[in-house]
Design a protein around this ligand. Structure first.
Ligand code: FDP
Length: 353
């Protein structure tokens, strides 16, 4: 009997030390706050969606109709993949009976999806990118999902105007990385924490707590194929890293994968605007702002080059921003090139009268 008790104790200890589940962690982080139960339940639903999508991705090459394009274009004019549509729908289904999330807004849907039955209970909104890095899906490389949670403010007449606010209105954010293992990284404003899916348990288990981004890292992550489409300032930054020792390039084609590397090892990801598209490619509400929330919580920064991402107020749901995100010193270095060019331009304008 004594032995059994000891075994039980050891088991308990192992659970405490090694097996903190996501929902329990959210509750611990938020202590007695009134939102704790709600956010823990919402995070559980995100985890459920992530598990379903991970399962589909791991079997995508074996089942019919999982890979390739649907033949449709989304609100951004981009070709929609079958996996984009599937993942978008999984999030909707996961939240349909959540009782808490009243609106879902995703880059795959022109307008938010309303779940009126939930609105009397919870007034939360989920903003998400169901599959980030979709060009990687068909070739079995890493992809991700990005999400943020906001609280609805005032009444919504169907135009979701209250979502058009800056990133400080986010109460939680995170991403899922579908790589060799599936990871879920989140923050409710009390640091950044990483969980790994244990497929045998079907649970996300705590892998790293209070992650801090190094102030500087060797990686710069950018699609250099756009070199001649950028402003001179970005080209100058790239020339700088080419000419200085200690830099190395990494670009996976999925923002989540590149930001994940930077979160742990430091460096900078940039997707600048181009001369033709100064706003760049990355969507503010579904990508830049959630990742900015997370990276700031880990001691890093996110900027458009001239403004903190967290301060940017969108005019429309699907607005895009240039994005420079990662280690504090590396983001500041990119900004210094942009600011120097802006100063030069102003001086030239003044000189020309
Ligand atoms: P995708 O369009 O394939 O979903 O924001 C979307 C994104 O991927 C990022 O994940 C990725 O970093 C970037 O776009 C890739 O775009 P480029 O092919 O233009 O580099």
């Amino acid at each position: 009997m004594a032995d059994l008790d000891q075994q039980d104790l050891d088991h308990e200890y192992a659970l405490d030390r090694d097996c903190t589940t996501l929902s329990r962690h959210v509750l611990q982080q938020m202590q007695s706050s009134v939102e704790a139960q709600d956010l823990s339940a919402i995070m559980n639903r995100v985890a459920l969606a992530a598990k379903l999508i991970a399962r589909r991705l791991t079997r995508a090459g074996l089942v019919e109709d999982a890979l390739g394009f649907t033949g449709r274009t989304n609100v951004q004019g981009e070709s929609v993949k079958k996996m984009d549509l599937y993942a978008n729908q999984v999030f909707i289904s996961a939240f349909q009976q959540s009782g808490l999330v009243c609106r879902l807004a995703s880059e795959e849907m022109e307008n938010p999806y309303y779940i009126p039955d939930n609105c009397s209970i919870g007034r939360y909104s989920l903003l998400y990118d169901p599959i980030d890095g979709s060009s990687n899906v068909d070739i079995n490389l890493n992809v991700g999902a990005i999400f943020a949670i906001r609280q609805q403010e005032g009444e919504d007449d169907g135009t979701a105007q209250d979502l058009l606010q800056n990133g400080h209105k986010q109460i939680a954010a995170g991403y899922v990385l579908y790589g060799p293992s599936t990871m879920l990284i989140y923050s409710v404003g009390t640091g950044v924490h990483a969980f790994t899916l244990d497929p045998s348990l079907g649970e996300f288990i705590l892998a790293a707590e209070n992650i801090q981004i190094p102030a500087h890292g060797p990686v710069y992550s950018v699609n250099e194929g756009n070199f001649w489409q950028w402003e001179e300032s970005i080209r100058d930054y790239i020339r700088y890293v080419h000419r200085h020792e200690g830099y190395t390039a990494r670009y996976s084609g999925a923002l989540v994968g590149d930001v994940h590397r930077i979160l742990f090892q430091g460096g900078v990801f940039l997707y600048p605007g181009t001369v033709k598209k100064p706003e760049g490619k990355i969507r503010l509400l579904y990508e830049s702002a959630p990742l900015a929330f997370l990276v700031e919580q880990a001691g890093g920064r996110a900027s458009t080059g001239t403004e903190e991402i967290m301060s940017v107020v969108p005019k429309q749901l699907h607005d895009r921003t240039p994005l420079i995100i990662g280690s504090k010193e590396d983001v500041a270095l990119v900004e210094s090139f942009i600011q120097e060019h802006q100063r030069d331009q102003r001086e030239r304008l003044l000189a020309s009268g």
